[in-house]
Design a binder for this molecule. Structure first.
Ligand code: SF4
Length: 257
């Protein structure tokens, strides 16, 4: 196996996607997280509605394909009252569950997520009050630490139904450059395939991924999105659970074959 130059790996991913007619730049634009990073760099403020939207979309992404959610974004915005915290806090959780299932955007945790949505909104409001704004809170510490404050059971800011990967997904959507160490990313970038990050230990995964992104001259968010597209169902679907190695240009850098 060849040693890994991050720029060559990234070029291999891009070129494999291009050769299979996957317009990854448009998909990355539509995902909105790289755009959110640019807004954050331009010091554009994110409202509590923006934060709530990011949190709800992260929750909806749990263990399911993203495409139906992307295609139903307008309906989702309406179902969640355009993320108005005051209206949403009083919303009937059963109605939310029914409406989200009706557009086939539910997931195996949707009942728990909707039943605890008002608790999570109260937590966001508490954070806003204590830190002056949710932006201050997410920018005050490194993303790994902020994520821990949101998912750790001994944190006063713990959000219900949010683990490390979802906390990172939320942070990326409010413009914090980061990586979501979900199944796709760990599978593609772990020791069994491209061997960029270790299989276990979230902290070491974040550090290795960030260093790789830096060497590739990319933000963590862009690289995270690119690798995600490379594996995700209905998107690149190349380095997926049953990888299509025969059309992949990274064979000589990969431990899978
Ligand atoms: S597992 Fe196959 S598809 Fe995935 S990076 Fe390796 S060679 Fe490419």
């Amino acid at each position: 196996m060849q040693p890994k130059d991050p720029k060559i790996i990234v070029e291999g991913v891009k070129s494999t996607l291009e050769n299979n007619a996957i317009d990854f730049e448009t998909i990355i634009n539509n995902l909105g997280q790289v755009e959110a990073s640019k807004k954050r760099n331009d010091r554009i403020q994110f409202t509590i509605n923006d934060h709530l939207r990011a949190l709800i979309l992260a929750m909806l992404s749990v263990q399911r394909p993203w495409k139906p959610i992307m295609e139903n974004m307008d309906k989702i915005d309406e179902i969640f009252y355009f993320y108005d915290p005051n209206r949403l806090e009083k919303a009937d959780s059963e109605s939310l569950i029914t409406e989200i299932k009706a557009i086939k955007c539910g997931n195996r945790s949707i009942n728990y997520q909707m039943k605890h949505l008002s608790d999570n909104i109260k937590q966001l409001q508490k954070i806003e009050l204590e830190y002056g704004s949710l932006d201050n809170f997410v920018m005050n510490n490194p993303p790994e630490k902020v994520a821990k404050m949101l998912h750790s059971s001994n944190s006063e800011y713990e959000l219900k139904g949010i683990g490390p990967a979802l906390a990172m997904e939320y942070l990326k959507s409010v413009g914090i450059a980061s990586v979501k160490p979900d199944l796709h990313i760990i599978r593609i970038c772990g020791p069994g395939r491209l061997d960029i990050i270790p299989e276990k230990n979230a902290e070491k995964q974040f550090t290795a991924f960030k260093e790789f992104a830096k060497k590739a001259n990319l933000t963590s968010t862009y690289l995270d999105n690119l690798f995600w597209i490379f594996g995700a169902k209905n998107f690149g679907e190349i380095c997926s659970i049953n990888p299509k190695c025969e059309i992949c240009e990274l064979k000589e850098y990969c431990n899978y074959i």
